[in-house]
Design a protein around this ligand. Structure first.
Ligand code: AMO
Length: 420
């Protein structure tokens, strides 16, 4: 399917039109808007194994071309969607590997997930909950913590309930620096007090507060990351996952699913110094938070959800906006003028004017699902002729140069490209 516009936020792969000089097709990042149009047209249930194409930086769980089990229904509730998603998973695991998956899956709010696990794709196979100790750190005499807290930063702590050698702690520190932190600070717990380079900056009562908050037993080395919230969470969630693996805290054969719900609709984008959609602009804001779209976008909660398996986002979806006014308000807040919205998404907006049913759905990453069922952490293991991390195909060497005639036919002139 050739698509006009897709909402996922990655770059489109563009295909120049030979017949329409100067015009391009955008290959679909997903069939999202098309499945929405199908619902508007009166189809009330849709599913498809859809090929998706996205020009984005590649990782172990990302390929430029991948497949989704794509689903959409009319008049859904979130509970109905979850039931459909859980049943698909249950059936697939039963038929392929004979594993019985327990439903319903646990549900966590985005906030709960960020607080306890530092990410929106928590690995629930082990506990090791994170603790926010910003209020305690702010009262300490440790200047680094004081400054960070004054600047609105946070301090989060993980209690592995285990002691480590100096070398091991240095290695975990190096890992955190590699992941983006300025460093990792640790404190060892003894009977009723703390030891370590920075222990002297915490008076007796603050030391007791930390021990109480983290529930740490004597003989445990507490690890702390401080800085801007985004960085702290991003680093400490990876540290938590690493500790989970290093300390054998889970059974690698276990499949632990959950739904993460109640994501914020907008997030503050420092690059543009304004609010931007956290997922995409077609997700319905929860009714009770719609009043904040214009006045306090950070408070708007989206009816959007992710299915997570063992710390990997397996599926994502939402209940969609189905009326013009609300869609226009969200687009306006996301920085789209009426004209821009009309130009890019006019076909959807027009469809809404004919009276659209409430609708919603989700898409499961098929490659991720297959890889995880088989115990792989890299989806290239389950894709024939995958691209490497530089988006090249090692088998046939693409992307490759094309000859002048082909470019001419497509009305394309290359500029600033060095011949290789
Ligand atoms: P989203 O962009 O979150 O949502 O994608 C849904 C699921 O597709 C998988 N996935 C990928 N798998 C491999 N390589 C990639 N580059 C890649 N990108 C995504 C993930 C992800 O959870 N239209 C919406 C869904 C909806 O709202 O109905 C969408 O595409 O497993």
């Amino acid at each position: 399917m050739l698509m006009k516009a897709t909402p996922e936020g990655a770059r489109d792969y563009l295909v120049p039109s030979r017949v329409h000089p100067g015009k391009f097709y955008a290959l679909p990042q997903s069939p999202q808007l098309y499945k929405q149009i199908l619902m508007v047209s009166g189809l009330d249930r849709y599913f498809q194994l859809a090929k998706c194409l996205r020009d984005e930086d590649l990782r172990a769980d990302r390929q430029p071309e991948f497949t989704q089990i794509d689903v959409e229904v009319s008049f859904p509730t979130q509970d109905l969607i979850f039931e459909v998603g859980e049943n698909v998973i249950k059936q697939v695991f039963k038929e392929t590997v004979g594993v019985k998956i327990k439903t319903p899956f646990k549900r966590l709010t985005y906030k709960e997930s960020m607080d306890k696990y530092g990410c929106d794709k928590p690995d629930l196979r082990f506990e090791l909950f994170l603790k926010d100790i910003t209020d305690i750190a702010a009262k300490s005499d440790f200047k680094v913590f004081q400054d960070i807290c004054k600047e609105g930063g946070i301090v989060k702590c993980i209690n592995p309930q285990k002691d480590f050698t100096r070398k091991e702690l240095d290695d975990y520190g190096d890992f955190c620096i590699k992941m983006g932190a300025r460093g990792m600070v640790w404190l060892k717990v003894t009977e009723n007090s703390l030891e370590g380079n920075i222990a002297k900056y915490f008076n007796e009562s603050l030391q007791k507060e930390i021990i109480k908050k983290t529930g740490a037993k004597p003989g445990s080395a507490l690890m702390m990351i401080a800085g801007k919230a985004k960085m702290v969470n991003d680093v400490i969630y990876r540290l938590r996952n690493k500790l989970g693996t290093d300390l054998n805290l889970y059974d690698p054969k276990e499949f632990n699913f959950c739904w993460v719900v109640d994501f914020p609709l907008f997030e503050f984008d420092e690059n543009i110094n304004d609010w931007a959609p956290a997922h995409h602009m077609f997700t319905r804001p929860k009714k009770e938070t719609q009043e904040f779209i214009e006045t306090n976008p950070g408070k708007v909660i989206a009816e959007c959800y992710d299915m997570v398996l063992n710390g990997v986002e397996l599926a994502s979806g939402s209940i969609r906006i189905h009326n013009w006014d609300l869609q226009e308000r969200v687009m306006k807040r996301a920085g789209f003028s009426k004209e821009q919205a009309q130009k890019r998404f006019g076909f959807l907006l027009e469809a809404f004017t004919y009276g659209a049913p409430p609708h919603g759905g989700f898409a499961i990453g098929f490659d991720r699902l297959v890889a995880m069922i088989l115990g792989y952490s890299d989806i290239r293991e389950v894709i024939a002729f995958p691209k490497n991390k530089s988006a090249e195909c090692p088998m046939d060497g693409c992307p490759t140069e094309v000859d002048e005639n082909q470019l001419k036919e497509l009305h394309i002139k290359l500029e600033g490209v060095k011949k290789q």
